[in-house]
Design a protein around this ligand. Structure first.
Ligand code: DGT
Ligand code: CA
Ligand code: CA
Ligand code: ZN
Length: 574
């Protein structure tokens, strides 16, 4: 087990204990330990091996023992006991926004509710509203959120899908007999959420059965939904379902293309083939009944008179026409990014200091870091008032003076207030190198109101970047509706950059509007919205979304130098 998995288990244990009604100190200890592991820079296994776990502030002997047990994949008795004592459905209930552990405990003990269905039934029968701490409004909210959860139940974030797919891929690719192996489906297309995993393998016939046996008995497999010589479906313990298909190496490129999708792209490709007197399907590309041999996907596209279409673009959003005219974009790559935009530190709700965040960014090869803690109205996130802004800026100056070939830019994630004005007066805004403006409150607006609120905020000349434009939380909360085109038009006219918030829960601005933004020449920032060093990893999801939106290096603000970013911000202020 790795650090991340252990932290997840400790968090789950804290939740289980809270539902059970355990000692608050014990609960806090588990929560704290999880947080410490998340922020830990060192290698956990090495620390444990050297007996140095108790040297970490906040980790006592008892906790160190638990971590060591989990590290070595031994069963943790206390965890197993908790899981036995608390019905699993209650954990699901605890994920409903508005259902804290206290409420979960109450419905369990007073109404004997142990799963989502029972909770929904109780709500519909108006049995929740009378309970202490609930009320009619809460009941209504809970029912709404159950509705949302049911809708999202069978989908997963790209981060979850990618991790699960990558571990299957790693296991399969070196199996005896495997010639080629690829992840296909929505994960390969870098969709923001995924339904199931699709893996494709080529192998000689005689190896197929053994590869299927291997796949269906992998440690992460909970149940096998179907098993055959050419196709199997396994349900992983994470809840994600995975399809594996095995074909001959000659058929591999066609199957890879087919399984990558999207369905809409495939349909359009098949139509193009028909127009050329050909037939394309998962088994081959045929003229009459003869297969045109293609060594790889590139060859399939070439035979159809097309440039290679990167998987991210395969959504039937005009990619086939562009490939025919050789006008596909040269998509953004990770390496094009020079700086990190939108990060938080200990000054607000982040877990690392200014210097820690800066050194970590430099280590990853970045040239600059835009630190943007929350502004004062965001009290829940320890937002900065004008006085603390001054102190933070002094600290940034000091760290900048200590660092070579790296620069921290001073910024703020300034709240957009209900009327579209900003949380700081212009004199304070002027002290930042750039300003990110975001909505974090008063989501109950009409589409018109939300659009006006965003545009009014962008009209302030100190605003450089519009943060997570819709406030959506994927698979959890619908964003407020906005007129995307009007917001993008305004950004173009005003010279404001819009971010792709790269946190896999957000991925907001949605990729479906990026092509329009690009046509309007709006600059886009790829922002990890990192609250800890590990958060920098999320940039990859943002790059995936940028690529889905046809973005090239020049469309992205943080492919530019720090000086250029400063100039971009300054231009609006003149
Ligand atoms: P997901 O799993 O919902 O996130 O999305 P995908 O795109 O991974 O869809 P999935 O797993 O149902 O199927 C994988 C690919 O197989 C899909 O992207 C395209 C192809 N495919 C599935 N059904 C059809 C179909 O009815 N027609 C065509 N042409 N292709 C299909
Ligand atoms: Ca899929
Ligand atoms: Ca599938
Ligand atoms: Zn934010």
């Amino acid at each position: 087990m790795d650090k991340k998995q252990i932290s997840k288990i400790l968090t789950e244990m804290a939740l289980l204990m809270e539902i059970k009604g355990d000692n608050p100190f014990k609960i806090r200890a588990h929560e704290n330990a999880a947080r410490i592991l998340d922020g830990l820079g060192e290698n956990l296994a090495e620390l444990a091996a050297a007996g140095k776990l108790t040297g970490i502030k906040g980790i006592g002997q008892g906790m160190a023992d638990k971590i060591t047990t989990l590290l070595s994949d031994q069963p943790l008795e206390e965890y197993d006991r908790l899981k036995k004592a608390i019905p699993a459905g209650l954990l699901e209930i605890a994920r409903i926004p508005g259902m804290g552990p206290k409420k979960v405990k109450a419905v369990w003990q007073e109404l004997n509710i142990t799963n989502l269905e029972e909770l929904e039934a109780a709500g519909k029968a108006d049995r929740l509203s009378g309970m202490k701490g609930f009320g009619a409004k809460t009941q209504e909210k809970i029912l709404e959120n159950i509705e949302l959860m049911k809708r999202f139940q069978d989908r997963y974030l790209i981060s979850e899908g990618e991790t699960a797919a990558a571990s299957l891929y790693q296991a399969l690719k070196d199996q005896p007999g495997v010639i080629r192996c690829e992840i296909a489906g929505s994960v390969r297309r870098r969709k923001e959420t995924i339904g199931d995993l699709d893996l494709v393998v080529s192998a000689e016939d005689r190896h197929r059965a053994a590869i299927m046996d291997f796949f269906t008995t992998l440690p992460g497999v909970e149940t096998v939904k179907s098993k055959g010589d050419t196709k199997s479906t396994a349900l992983l313990s994470s809840g994600i379902s995975a399809d594996l298909r095995i074909v001959s190496d000659a058929q591999f490129p066609y199957l890879l293309h087919h399984s990558t999708g999207s369905k809409e792209h495939n349909v359009a490709m098949r139509q193009r083939a028909i127009q050329q007197g050909l037939k394309l399907n998962e088994y081959g590309l045929f003229r009459d009944e003869t297969n045109i041999s293609c060594a790889d996907e590139e060859a399939i596209f070439r035979e159809l008179g097309l440039d290679f279409i990167p998987p991210e673009l395969r959504e039937n959003y005009g990619e086939i026409e562009a490939a025919a005219q050789q006008t596909l974009p040269k998509l953004l790559e990770m390496n094009d990014l020079r700086g990190v935009i939108h990060t938080h530190t200990l000054w607000s709700d982040g877990v690392h200091s200014v210097e820690e965040m800066a050194r970590a960014a430099q280590k990853l090869g970045y040239e600059y870091l835009v630190i943007s803690d929350h502004s004062k109205v965001a009290a829940y996130a320890n937002g900065l008032n004008a006085e603390r802004v001054k102190q933070q800026q002094a600290e940034i100056d000091a760290v900048n003076a200590r660092m070579d070939n790296f620069r921290i830019l001073k910024s703020i994630e300034c709240d957009i207030l209900g009327d579209g004005t900003l949380d700081f007066p212009d004199e304070v805004l002027a002290t930042f190198d750039l300003v990110i403006a975001s909505i974090h409150s008063k989501f109950g607006m009409t589409r018109d109101e939300a659009t006006r609120r965003l545009i009014r905020a962008m009209e302030n000349p100190y605003v450089t970047v519009l943060g997570h434009p819709t406030g959506r939380l994927l698979l959890a909360r619908e964003g407020y509706a906005i007129d995307h085109h009007a917001v993008i038009d305004a950004a173009a006219e005003l010279g404001v950059c819009i971010e792709i918030n790269a946190n896999p829960r957000r991925l907001d601005l949605d990729w479906r509007f990026l092509k329009y933004a690009k046509e309007k020449r709006v600059q886009i920032a790829i922002s990890p919205d990192a609250h800890r060093i590990e958060g920098y990893d999320d940039v990859r999801y943002g790059v995936g979304i940028a690529r889905k939106g046809w973005l090239e290096k020049d469309d992205v603000l943080n492919t530019r130098t720090a000086e250029e970013v400063l100039a971009f911000a300054r231009k609006r202020r003149q």
